[in-house]
Design a binder for this molecule. Structure first.
Ligand SMILES: [Zn+2]
Length: 261
């Protein structure tokens, strides 16, 4: 998985900033965009005030139509936003971009008969997979593999199981979203379904639990100083999702760097 960040700070949902209770989402909703355009730049663009503006534009390319989601409303004056998008960058490489902080309620699946996965007490992380023409097996395999890895990362980060993952269609069927068919319609074209998706996430979670080589705090602190765990929130989330104690590692990093030990 390649995970990068470009927060949609101009989107009404980001500005509204409704927090998920205790910062703990209850699961994941998987969407796909419903439009034949696999480029991330269609949806994800920085605005000039963001520190990573140049970096993201170089990576994704510029959306010359300005119809991306870093606007107050998205197309047709809809209020809409999700936590991440998966699609291709300017060179055709598949990447995941986080677009909302994970502790904000997103506006992804609207409501159903029982409630909504957008809001407390059932708020979930939601992300969109950029659709192509739905005929390309290679793109399908690659983009769903990225989505599975992203879900494994989220399951570890927030300590829930693969059973807490559903599609937008399943959210509708269980009464927590409006009537959409994504992304089951796409899975079906290649003989798959959400049970398959969850089983892939589950087996990767089990595999990593069994084979994980535990590293010492000292070892991790050194790796962190060497830049292997990124910085800021990315570092924190990477260490937590790998099952390590972030605070202890960071404390040791600070000791090494700032107290001449
Ligand atoms: Zn959807």
């Amino acid at each position: 998985m390649i995970l990068k960040e470009c927060m949609l700070i101009k989107n009404a949902c980001y500005i509204h900033n409704k927090k998920i209770t205790n910062g703990k989402p209850t699961g994941i909703v998987v969407h796909s965009t419903g439009a034949n355009n696999k480029t991330l730049k269609r949806y994800v663009q920085p605005v000039s005030s963001q520190p990573y503006y140049n970096e993201v534009i170089v990576d994704l390319g510029k959306n010359i139509y300005s119809n991306h989601w870093n606007n107050y409303y998205v197309e047709n004056n809809r209020s809409c936003c999700v936590h991440a998008f998966i699609g291709v960058n300017a060179t055709g490489k598949i990447e995941t971009y986080q677009t909302l902080p994970f502790d904000i309620c997103c506006w992804g699946c609207a409501s159903g008969s029982k409630g909504s996965y957008n809001y407390n007490p059932s708020a979930r992380i939601q992300f969109e997979i950029c659709e192509d023409n739905l005929n390309d097996r290679i793109y399908f395999d690659a983009v769903f593999n990225e989505a599975i890895e992203f879900c494994v990362y989220l399951c570890k980060l927030f300590e829930f199981g693969a059973d807490k993952i559903c599609s937008h269609r399943e959210a509708y069927l269980t009464g927590y979203g409006n009537n959409h068919g994504d992304c089951d319609h796409w899975l079906k074209r290649f003989g798959k379904n959400m049970d398959w998706f969850r089983s892939q996430v589950k087996s990767q979670l089990n595999e990593e639990n069994n084979t994980h080589n535990r590293k010492s705090i000292e070892e991790l602190a050194q790796e962190t100083i060497d830049g292997k765990w990124g910085n800021g929130t990315v570092r924190k989330n990477a260490l937590i999702s790998a099952g390590y104690n972030y605070s202890k590692v960071q404390k040791r990093v600070n000791e090494i760097l700032y107290s001449n030990k």
